[in-house]
Every structure is written in C-alpha cells, then in structure tokens.
Design a protein around this ligand. Structure first.
Ligand code: ZN
Length: 391
C-alpha cells in the first residue's frame, strides 16, 4: 500500500516536471515571430504586393501604439501599409500629444527594420457627404487640418497624394448601409480629386461602389480600417486574413505602388474572394491553376479524371456555365487552396468515335469581375472517343 502511494506521488511529480519543461521555454528558444506568406501569384510581369492603406493607432481613435503596426504587417505577409489617423478625431488628446505626422514617424524605423514599406497617410473625417476620405503618399499631414473639407482634399492633391473614398456604405453614415453617391462626390470626381474607393472596408463589401469603380474608372481598394491589435479583429487560427488591396507594381518600392494605384492596377482580397477587373483576375487564376492529364480517351460512357492543382491560397469555387455536348461534367467543383482535385468527366454515348477538342466552361463564383458576376473560365481537353465494347 505504502509503496503504491509513493509510486503514485513520484509519478505525478514526474508528470508535472515534464510538463514544466515543455511549457516554459529556455531563454532564446521562444520562437513566435513568424511571417506567413500570402500565396497569390505575380501576374503580367508585375509583382503582386499586398497592402493595407487604412489603419489607426492611439494617435486618433485606435487602441494600438504605432510601433506595433509594422510587425503585424510583417507577420501577416503584407508588403506595405499606411497609418491613416483621423485628422479631426483625436480621442486621446489629453494623454497623447497631438501631432499628425507622429504615428508615421514612430512606426517608420520598425517598418524599415522588417523591410516593410510604410506610406504616410491620413483620414479626412467629415460627416456625409462627403464622408471619410483617405489621402496617402502625403508629405505633411498638418497642411490637411482645414475648416472646409475641400481645402483638406486640395492640400492632399497639392502634395501629389492618392485620394480615395472610405467605406461608402458604412451604416454609421448611410441609411440601411446602401452606398449613395452625392453631388459632393461628383464634384471631387470631376476635379480629379477622387482616385479610388474602398469597395471593401474591414468585413463589408459594397457592390454599388464596386460598380462605380468599373463605370467611372476608379481604383478598387480594400483595407482593414484596423483600430485594435489586428488579431483582435481577425481570427488567424481559423485561416482568416485582413481585407487588403493587391497592387500590381513594377517593383517593390513606394513609388511603384503609387504608380500602380494611379494606373488602377489593383484587385481586392476579401475573405475567400478576389474582386477586380477581369484581366487581372483571369491572370491570377491562370497562374494559380495547373491542369494535368488534359489528353484523355473516353470509352463509351466511362469516366475519366483530369487533375487540377491550385497553388494559390484562395479556394476557387466553380459552377458549371452551360452544357458540354459529348460529356457530362460536375455542376460544382472547388479547387481547394494548395491542393489537387479531380475533375471527373463522363462520356454521354456508347457509340461515339473520333478525336475532339472539348471546352469545359465554368464560372468562378468567388472571383468577382462585377457585382454578382463570377469570372468565366474554360478547361480545354483533347478527347479521343472510342465505342464501348459489345457485351
Ligand atoms: Zn478609418
């Protein structure tokens, strides 16, 4: 009895000590500063840079000290960011000295150490209309502190800034969350003082703004508008990522990002969705997807398999876009991120013979080229049909 109880105590002590060794890391063994890469390919000879042009810190109404932002950006696999404090709303003015350029200055050394590009920006924060407007690539933010919003936008444009309308359908400023375009926006647009619109802000997508960007040739943007530590706002353990703007830039520099934004070479990465002009989304799809075994022999009504590999981190959700004459195809198929899936096709006739090029049409539902309009794609297959053997 005694021996048993001694043995039990020894065993529990052994377990506790072993657990402590596992849990408490020795100095220098604690490795938590890890960057995850965002797997979306470069296209058309451009680099696909991942950017967030809208964030806050305690220098306006955020809850983060500016030096935290660069490492968040680095860890999440982004390339560039802007801290865009509200010019007119400095919540902690009694605790933190007001200086509109200061959060940028504080974040800059950390960004440079991690080779992250930091772009000086600010948010002109007015009631609707015109609502909230971001200006990035600024030189001196203090010059944007004006009575009239138009003077603030002019001061930004005079500094060569890229100006975009933030969250146009934000429920805080728009009834029912519908994006409404006012005369004030026409005026900014006609003066050439509005270059882009956030079609996604944080968790919200604004289809009307998406349409405006297509019709009025404005740059499509998506940003986190982060106020808290980023992992308070997105659940990275569940595979979530912040809303971000993909910028197709000639090189990895701030000047190249600016050139790409003014040239409207962007797309939006939001949840498991990409939104943008067809020419860019098509290239992202083509560069991500590889088809193997596209030369098949179909005997009568037998099945054959095409292997499709998706090397991007976006799972493409495909829906059949019409019938195919001589074969049956699945109505829906998901090309899972980083995986290979089988597309099984089946002959329709026992008697068919000959060689044929088959075009299999799908729509990618989560690659949006317009509101509610997925990217059309085709898989091309060389099929040789032979009749089924007679029984
Ligand atoms: Zn904001």
């Amino acid at each position: 009895m005694k021996i048993f109880s001694f043995g039990k105590r020894f065993l529990s002590m052994f377990i506790i000590i072993s657990l402590l060794i596992l849990i408490v890391p020795a100095d220098g063994d604690c490795q938590i500063r890890v960057r995850s890469e965002i797997e979306i390919p470069d296209i058309l000879g451009f680099l696909t840079l991942k950017c967030d042009f809208h964030m806050h810190t305690v220098f306006s109404d955020g809850r983060v000290w500016p030096t935290i932002r660069p490492e968040e950006i680095w860890r999440e696999g982004l390339d560039a960011f802007s801290i865009t404090e509200h010019i007119e709303n400095h919540r902690y003015r009694d605790d933190v000295k007001t200086n509109l350029n200061r959060s940028y200055e504080l974040a800059k050394p950390g960004a440079e150490a991690l080779e992250i590009m930091i772009i000086k920006g600010a948010e002109i924060t007015r009631k609707m209309p015109p609502g909230h407007i971001n200006a990035v690539f600024l030189k001196d933010i203090d010059k944007l502190r004006t009575e009239e919003y138009k003077d603030a936008v002019k001061a930004a444009v005079d500094q060569g800034a890229f100006v975009f309308w933030n969250h146009p359908g934000w429920t805080g400023q728009q009834p029912e969350g519908k994006s409404i375009w006012y005369q004030e926006h026409t005026e900014l647009y006609e003066r050439g003082w509005m270059h882009g619109i956030e079609i996604v802000n944080q968790y919200d997508y604004y289809p009307r703004a998406h349409k405006w960007c297509l019709d009025k040739k404005l740059t499509m943007m998506a940003n986190s508008d982060s106020h808290d530590p980023i992992n308070f706002e997105y659940n990275f353990h569940n595979g979530e990522h912040r809303a971000m703007t993909l910028v197709f830039a000639k090189e990895r520099t701030i000047e190249a990002i600016k050139e790409a934004l003014f040239s409207r070479r962007t797309a939006v990465y939001y949840k498991n969705m990409l939104i943008g002009e067809e020419k860019y989304l098509r290239e992202i799809f083509n560069e991500s997807v590889e088809v193997d075994g596209a030369d098949v022999t179909i005997k009568g009504k037998s099945r054959v398999y095409i292997q499709i590999h998706n090397r991007s981190e976006v799972s493409f959700e495909l829906e059949a876009d019409g019938e195919v004459k001589d074969v049956s195809i699945p109505k829906n198929i998901i090309l899972y991120a980083g995986k290979t899936v089988l597309l099984d096709i089946q002959g329709k006739s026992e008697k068919l013979t000959g060689r044929e090029k088959i075009h299999i049409p799908y729509k990618v539902k989560n690659l949006l080229i317009a509101p509610d309009e997925g990217l059309p794609v085709e898989f091309k297959i060389d099929a040789t049909f032979i009749p089924a053997e007679k029984k």
